[in-house]
Design a protein around this ligand. Structure first.
Ligand SMILES: Cc1cc2nc3c(=O)[nH]c(=O)nc-3n(C[C@H](O)[C@H](O)[C@H](O)COP(=O)(O)O)c2cc1C
Length: 185
């Protein structure tokens, strides 16, 4: 699968088969994240790989944040079950002090975002699925996994073999709407 095909056909996966992920495939997914570009090549990311079903269940229960979802009318995080059901959850963390900052720009978020896309594309290219879960109780996930207070948790990635067909996902805005020639319009 070439890069453009992987980008075009990747979807957020929230339903998984009851099938383990081979170690080589998991390693390839982490390797793709490791090779991402980062601010001054400081590689502020750290990844906690969780396979223990009990711990995954606890993480799943920490993915609903009422203050975020309730006003939007959601009863739960659409990825809540995925975190319990996928055989692996990758917890993407950042040592924010190891990345750059300029005014309000916190580059650790960019660093993790790029690594996350590498991770998601590498998963998809190997027949696996995942979804970026960005809403969760950071403090409680930190306590659960023994992550130090100086480390930010940016995303949770349930990883496994997708259950069901890879349906067409939500559409994207056309280029004409998002690209401006020469000047903002
Ligand atoms: C930063 C970020 C946070 C996200 N958080 C969640 C989340 O908490 N729960 C969820 O179900 N999906 C989450 N998503 C997935 C998006 O909803 C999804 O990528 C988007 O709807 C486009 O669908 P697609 O990935 O299938 O193309 C998140 C995506 C990003 C990039």
């Amino acid at each position: 699968m070439d890069v453009m095909e992987a980008i075009r056909t990747r979807r957020s996966i929230r339903k998984f088969k009851n099938k383990p992920v081979e170690e080589e495939k998991l390693r390839m997914v982490l390797e793709a994240a490791r090779l991402a570009p980062s601010w001054a090549n400081l590689q502020c990311w750290r990844f906690v790989v969780v396979k223990n079903p009990e711990v995954r269940g606890k993480i799943s229960n920490l993915s609903y944040v009422e203050a975020f979802f309730a006003p939007k009318g959601y009863k739960t995080n659409p990825a809540k079950k995925a975190l319990a059901e996928a055989p692996v959850v990758i917890v993407a963390c950042a040592d924010s002090e190891l990345s750059g900052e300029l005014g309000e720009q916190h580059y650790y978020l960019t660093d993790i975002g790029i690594a996350a896309e590498n991770l998601m594309l590498a998963a998809h290219a190997q027949g696996l699925g995942t979804v970026f879960v960005g809403v969760f109780d950071e403090e409680k996930v930190r306590d659960l996994l023994g992550i130090p207070a100086t480390i930010r948790i940016v995303g949770l990635f349930p990883l496994g073999y997708p259950e069901g067909e890879n349906k067409e996902g939500p559409s994207r805005k056309p280029l004409e709407e998002i690209v401006f020639e020469e000047k903002w319009r």
